[in-house]
Each structure stands twice: as C-alpha cells, then as structure tokens.
Design a protein around this ligand. Structure first.
Ligand code: KG4
Ligand code: ZN
Length: 344
C-alpha cells in the first residue's frame, strides 16, 4: 500500500478539531497537523457546555480550522485520500456539524468517508505519541463526558467496555466541585493547581463504589460531589472560612485513588499488561502520579499521552481513521447517521 493521507474531523462536544495523519505503507503513522478551536470560553459563565452554543461555534469554526490544518501540514485538499469523522457519542447538534462537513468534503473530493467512535479516538491519540498499542491493553477514559474502562484489542473494531461511571463523569465532578467552592469552569485545572498547596488527608471524602459488594470496575462520583457540598455547607453554617486548598486536595485524592485502584485491579484481573489513560482528566497531576506509582508496583506499563492529545482533537480521529483504512474496513456511505449515544 502506498502512503495515504487521512484527515480527521471532531465536533462531538465543545472542540472543533481537524487533524491530518500520514499512513505509511508499513502501517506507521505520522501526525502532520492538529488544529483545534474551542468554544469553552463561551460556556464558562453557564458552568457547563451549552449544546446550542457549541453547535453554532462548530459551524463558525469548521472551515477556518480545516484551512489551518491544511496550512500546518503543507498539503492541499487534493492530497487527502480518506476522511474520518466522529459520528458519536456526543451532543446531537454538534456531531451533525462535523458529520455534514465530512460528507461534503468526501463527496467533493470523491474520497472514502469513515464514521468513527469518539472513544476509540481517545485511545488512538496515544498511538500518535507512543506508537502502536500491544495486542491487548486497558484504557481508562476520563473526561467531562466519559469515565470508562475499555479493553482494547483492535482500534479498528474490537473494543469492549469493562466498567463505566453510573452517574457523573470524573471531569464533570471536577467542574461541579469547582462551582461549589467558587473556582472557574472548567474546574479541573484550578482544582489541580489549588490541590498542590493543600493536604490530601485533611478531609476524608468517600470513595465511590469501593465496598465489597459494589460492582468491581464501575465508578460513581455524584456521592463525592454531594459530600463536598455538604462539608462546605456545614463549614459555612459554622461561620468558618473554607480551606479551599485542603478541599481540593482531599477531593482530588478521592478521585485519583478510585480511578487508579480500579484500573490497576481491572488490568490485573483481566491479565492485561498495559494501561492507557486518556481524556481531559488524564492531564491531572495527582492522577498520573498515583497511576505511575501503582502501575510500577503491579508491573503494568503506563501510557499517558501529552495533554494536548488527551483533550478532544481531530488528530485522534484521523488516527482511528488511519487504523481503519489500514485494516481495510469498508467505508461508510454518504448517508452516515450521527448517534449521540453510540456505544464503543
Ligand atoms: O476531554 P475533554 O477536553 O473534553 C470532554 O469532556 O470530552 O475533558 C474536559 C474535562 C473537564 O471536565 C475538565 O475539568 C477536565 O477535563 N480537566 C481536568 C484537568 N484538566 C482538564 N481535570 C482534572 N485535572 C486537570 N488538570
Ligand atoms: Zn472526549
């Protein structure tokens, strides 16, 4: 097979992403462009992503982001051999913008179109930095929208969910707790920063679903968020100041403890030797530190892509596209539907 240029489009949430990957004949991949336009600032005052605002922002950003990605790669549209696009899961209106754009480009260029899963994209992002995955690995996806443990056997097809959150996603818990203690949206970065000055053992917050009878690999963060809210309310009722750094450090310790304990336990019980952590929360300093410690102890290889590849982007979608092209999967039709609830 000669080299193929695969372009990826991402628009499932609040990031408009266009990435370009060169797939070599031997299956090797090179990242040529990764352009992202975020509407996060437009959502900040609402404390969460507003779907209508996100869709409109995608519409405005799609063509300029495409142009910037082509500029960065030094290629033109006529060089593109295939187009991959996130068709789910995600926000319905937001997905529709990316999928419509992908169909228009694929039809105009007469190249194959591939609808791909956003979650597979988060895992594939790691291959752009660390190379091919081993035949079997476990992925912990932690973002504002997802918290899942996935057994990955083939990025072009065989991915199985082994655990997931039963309520809030980990990033959502960060965002809600930030709101409770008066920190800005998105809450992950300011909590991470404040936590560095605090004592992680100052307040004993609950560890969701870690009892002996609880599901082994599922997560729950809404009880933790409520516990933080109650603790803060009680403190305010006593007229005492809120020790923001200690609250952040103690909350963060609970999240990192549960995520890493369950991921390592799953890897051990399933006999999997590699753990990939991806998604916006993978940028968390305590999560990666504790994961490193526990993976080292258990003899598990840990792979965490750089923050830019962890958050939503088009490069990760181009990477799944390249895997799918290399595997010879049949392209999607131009009727490709979006599916906001698409499972892995
Ligand atoms: O993957 P992402 O950019 O978007 C999706 O939700 O798909 O993840 C965003 C989430 C937000 O909830 C944000 O608060 C969280 O990732 N986040 C972090 C950190 N940086 C971003 N959470 C904890 N620590 C961080 N350093
Ligand atoms: Zn995502």
């Amino acid at each position: 097979m000669s080299d193929k240029i695969v372009l990826g489009i991402e628009s499932s949430c609040d990031e408009t992403g266009v990435g370009i990957v060169r797939l070599a004949g031997d299956g090797g991949m090179t990242l040529l462009a990764d352009q992202v336009a975020s509407s996060v600032d437009q959502h900040a005052r609402f404390g969460g992503v507003v779907p209508e605002v996100a869709s409109r922002a995608h519409l405005e950003a799609m063509v300029p982001t495409m142009e910037r990605a082509l500029d960065e790669s030094g290629l033109s549209l006529s060089n593109v051999d295939a187009i991959a696009v996130t068709c789910g899961p995600g926000l319905a209106g937001a997905l529709l913008v990316g999928v419509s754009a992908a169909k228009a480009y694929a039809a105009a260029l007469d190249v194959p179109l591939y609808g791909v899963n956003h979650l597979a994209g988060h895992v594939a992002a790691d291959t752009l930095q660390h190379g091919p995955l081993p035949p079997e690995c476990l992925a912990l996806l932690v973002s504002g929208g997802h918290t899942q443990l996935l057994k990955v056997e083939d990025l072009a097809g065989k991915i199985t969910e082994v655990g997931s959150t039963i309520d809030d996603a980990a990033g959502e818990a960060y965002d809600k707790v930030a709101r409770i203690i008066g920190l800005p949206y998105p809450g992950g970065p300011p909590i991470d920063k404040a936590a560095r000055q605090g004592d992680p053992n100052a307040i004993k917050f609950p560890r969701g679903l870690t009892g002996p009878r609880d599901p082994k690999f599922d997560f729950s963060f809404s009880g933790l968020k409520t516990a933080v809210a109650r603790w803060v309310e009680a403190r305010e009722a006593e007229g005492k100041p809120i020790p923001v750094e200690d609250v952040c450090a103690s909350f963060q310790e609970s999240v990192a403890d549960v995520l890493t304990a369950k991921a390592v336990r799953a890897a051990k019980e399933l006999g999997i030797g590699t753990l990939v952590i991806s998604g916006g929360v993978a940028a968390n300093s305590r999560l990666s530190e504790l994961a490193r410690e526990r993976c080292d102890q258990a003899g598990i290889e840990l792979r965490v892509p750089r923050p830019r590849l962890c958050t939503d982007n088009g490069a990760m979608i181009a990477a799944v596209g390249a895997h799918v092209v290399a595997a010879g999967v049949r392209p999607s039709s131009l009727e490709l539907p979006t599916d906001p609830g698409l499972p892995v």
